[in-house]
Design a protein around this ligand. Structure first.
Ligand SMILES: *[C@@H]1O[C@H](CO)[C@@H](O)[C@H](O)[C@H]1NC(C)=O
Ligand SMILES: *[C@@H]1O[C@H](CO)[C@@H](O)[C@H](O)[C@H]1NC(C)=O
Ligand SMILES: *[C@@H]1O[C@H](CO)[C@@H](O)[C@H](O)[C@H]1NC(C)=O
Ligand SMILES: *[C@@H]1O[C@H](CO)[C@@H](O)[C@H](O)[C@H]1NC(C)=O
Length: 392
């Protein structure tokens, strides 16, 4: 509609015409009188088609008010905005870019009523405040939410509730150490989830519950040490999984069994400890030949260092040489030393090896107890082998 009225949109409008158009569009009188439909704020440039207010890179310390209320696209990136509150953006807004500002205060209700908002970019706001559960309430059209590089260390579990349209969620390069239970419950239309470059240490069971349309899950450059066999339950559409550059000594093959659509897997850059704890992962590779995978280089034990787990013989993984985690570990309260280099401490060779099983799934091929019969204990107990102990 507005494309036929470029001049009116670009310049302050005579009052009579302003009201005429308000009534033509059948908009409430109060709406027209309190907001400017067409006036472009100083320091902004406005375009008619689609209606756009472009105010980026102007050293603005606050959101210009009023913004043209019919503007569908509002560009405010690369400014010095520190505070945003309710009433600044109209319900016509479908694209709102606020990235690279200094937002440190979000007043309650800031996004209330933005039912047409499809894209919200709040990335690269390094002083970002703690997000409240209701911050994004009612954004039923939101397709793309950018919260990267916001120094976020914690998310409330209800933050994404009701965001049924969300397709892309950008949470990379923050400081998340855990994902609250049920965080993604309502996001059954999400296709891409970016969590790389955080400080995640563990993925408990059903971490991604609800994400039945998810196609790619990026978890590289975290500090993952433990992944539950049930961590990926429900990710039936996932085709791409990145877990490279973490601190994983093992990965239960069971967790990958839930990923029935998986095509690309990257596991490189982890301190794989190739003993019985990796046997279920080895087995998964053998029974799932169609998946394209990065190398899985063993970091230990010394005899297998540098070998690719995928092409080892099954007998290479008979022995249990590690004592990685107590079996009753509480995943939500884990605190691990951060990097692979400090993860293992080599202790003096001991004659007797303990066969411990950390894979909480149990009963599957990774279960040492089923591999190591008493005969093997006897044999191993006389071998002067290295034992590896975790520095927790
Ligand atoms: C913003 O501030 C910087 C530094 O004070 C200045 O160099 C730049 O010209 C300003 N930009 C605008 C658009 O005023
Ligand atoms: C979300 O996906 C469901 C199917 O799982 C579909 O019926 C629905 O229309 C989608 N919702 C939106 C808002 O895209
Ligand atoms: C691995 O992840 C760490 C952060 O955990 C990061 O600093 C480092 O650059 C990453 N390395 C590569 C090769 O991506
Ligand atoms: C696990 O640890 C968290 C935090 O440390 C605690 O709140 C929770 O109750 C624990 N769960 C169990 C089953 O012990």
């Amino acid at each position: 509609m507005l494309s036929s009225l470029p001049n009116i949109y670009l310049h302050p409008t005579p009052v009579s015409l302003h009201y005429l158009i308000c009534f033509t569009f059948i908009l409430p009188f109060s709406f027209c009188s309190t907001r400017s439909l067409f006036t472009c704020p100083t320091l902004c440039t406005c375009y008619p088609s689609p209606p756009t207010a472009s105010c980026q890179s102007q050293n603005l310390s606050r959101v210009p008010f009023p913004l043209p209320s019919l503007a569908q696209r509002v560009f405010l990136q690369n400014n010095h905005i520190s505070e945003i509150g309710p009433g600044l953006f109209s319900h016509h807004t479908s694209v709102l870019w606020l990235f690279s500002n200094h937002i440190s205060l979000l007043l309650p209700g800031v996004f209330n009523g933005l039912e047409n908002l499809e894209e919200l970019d709040l990335g690269n706001n390094p002083k970002f405040p703690f997000l409240q559960s209701d911050t994004f309430d009612g954004l039923k059209s939101l397709r793309s939410l950018h919260l990267y590089r916001c120094h976020i260390y914690r998310l409330p579990s209800g933050l994404f509730r009701g965001l049924y349209s969300l397709r892309y969620l950008y949470l990379q390069h923050n400081r998340l150490t855990v994902l609250p239970v049920g965080l993604f419950r309502d996001l059954f239309n999400l296709t891409q989830l970016f969590l790389h470059g955080n400080l995640l240490q563990s993925l408990p069971a059903e971490s991604f519950f609800g994400l039945s349309s998810l196609d790619r899950l990026l978890l590289h450059n975290n500090r993952l040490v433990v992944v539950s066999p049930r961590a990926f339950v429900g990710l039936k559409s996932l085709t791409i999984l990145f877990l490279f550059n973490n601190s994983l000594p093992a990965l239960p093959g069971d967790c990958l069994k839930h990923l029935t659509s998986l095509q690309f897997l990257r596991l490189n850059g982890n301190p794989w400890h190739c003993d019985c704890t990796c046997r279920s992962l080895w087995g998964w590779f053998h029974f799932t030949p169609g998946v394209s995978s990065s190398p899985v280089s063993c970091n230990s034990p010394p005899a297998l260092k540098g070998r690719d787990l995928r092409i080892l013989e099954e007998r290479d993984l008979w022995f249990c040489t590690s004592n990685i985690l107590p079996s009753n570990v509480n995943l939500s309260g884990l605190a691990f030393p951060p990097k692979p280099s400090s993860f293992y401490i080599q202790v003096d060779p001991v004659a007797v090896l303990e066969a411990r099983e950390w894979d909480e799934g149990g009963g599957e091929s990774g279960n040492c107890a089923t591999i190591l019969t008493e005969k093997w204990y006897l044999l191993i107990s006389i071998l002067p082998m290295l034992s590896w102990k975790v520095n927790i």
